[in-house]
Design a protein around this ligand. Structure first.
Ligand SMILES: [Zn+2]
Length: 304
């Protein structure tokens, strides 16, 4: 069966996907011209800055820190979780969460492999996750492929470059600190700092931290917008429903915050928009809770 691709976590760039259903028949076919392993690696920097979860991606890196293998209960089922820190050849660092068989496999390597040799992993078709404004990767249920220190050309090439950088690899894998949740202050410390005048001159899209004082809240502009319940983009009215451009479909709409503020620092002033996550963190309430039933009424009225 052929169906349109999902809005998130697509495994290919194709607009459609093949779905295997009960009546699908599969037969063996020798297709020598289809390569068994191909990778299309995404840069750590892209993942850190953009965190686009439209597609499943491939990454390559080496383990620099690890947490203990943990057992968690999720929806009544027991799961294994191993969180590690990866680094790429440019020194960018990325958190990676591996579940169940993937966690066990890497854990075995961490125990058995030579301590002075790097553990290079390729995670094919993994998910980009965003939490507290930080992007990380994780295996995509059972569809990811984890390749650790294999004799593949990609592993060999990576190892050679890594060895050339470090002379000999001497970096040991450290334990991830026990602070599990990343607070705003930690987050800010790890993000590039800018002043308002830096922001004005900045021509590239990236995440930065700005320390500024709010001097005015724009009460004239709308403080919330109807958003897609799946991807949180702004949705447009489509007859009696709402249409999401990213999901390419009519979707249920939920209200989300957007508050325009004027801020200043010693270098100038600028108008910024605070979106839902930030506003909720400041006022401690979700817009849907503030609007209550009124939200549904207003969303219905927009549709009329
Ligand atoms: Zn959407």
């Amino acid at each position: 069966m052929v169906a349109p691709s999902d809005p998130r976590f697509r495994s290919t760039r194709h607009t459609h996907k093949i779905v295997f259903i009960n009546t699908t028949r599969v037969t063996d076919f020798l297709a020598e011209n289809i390569p068994v392993v191909t990778f299309n690696f995404t840069d750590f920097r892209d993942i850190i800055n953009n965190g686009d979860d439209t597609w499943l991606i491939d990454v390559i890196g080496h383990v620099i820190e690890r947490d203990a293998l943990r057992e968690l209960n999720k929806n009544g089922r027991s799961h294994k979780l191993l969180e590690v820190g990866l680094q790429d050849l440019s020194g960018n660092k990325l958190k990676c969460a591996l579940w169940d068989k993937y966690a066990e496999e890497l854990s075995t390597h961490l125990i058995n492999d030579k301590p002075d040799s790097p553990i290079i992993i390729i995670l094919q078709l993994c998910m980009v996750k965003s939490f507290n404004g930080k992007n990380s990767i994780s295996n995509a249920f059972h569809s990811s492929k984890l390749l650790i220190n294999e004799n593949l050309e990609e592993h060999r090439e990576y190892r050679e470059k890594l060895m050339m950088q470090a002379g000999t690899f001497s970096q040991s894998i450290s334990q991830i600190s026990t602070h599990r949740s990343v607070g705003i202050s930690d987050d800010l410390l790890q993000t590039e700092h800018m002043t308002i005048s830096d922001l004005m001159d900045c021509t590239s899209e990236r995440s930065v931290a700005l320390l500024a004082k709010v001097v005015e809240i724009d009460c004239e502009s709308k403080w919330w917008y109807p958003s897609c319940s799946t991807c949180f983009r702004k949705v447009d009215r489509n007859g009696v429903q709402f249409y999401c451009e990213k999901c390419i479909d009519n979707v249920p709409a939920i209200p989300r915050n957007r508050i325009q503020v004027l801020v200043f620092d010693v270098t100038g002033s600028i108008s910024l928009v605070m979106f839902d996550k930030v506003v909720t963190e400041i006022i401690g309430k979700k817009v849907a809770d503030i609007l209550g039933d009124l939200g549904k009424v207003i969303l219905n009225l927009i549709c009329l």
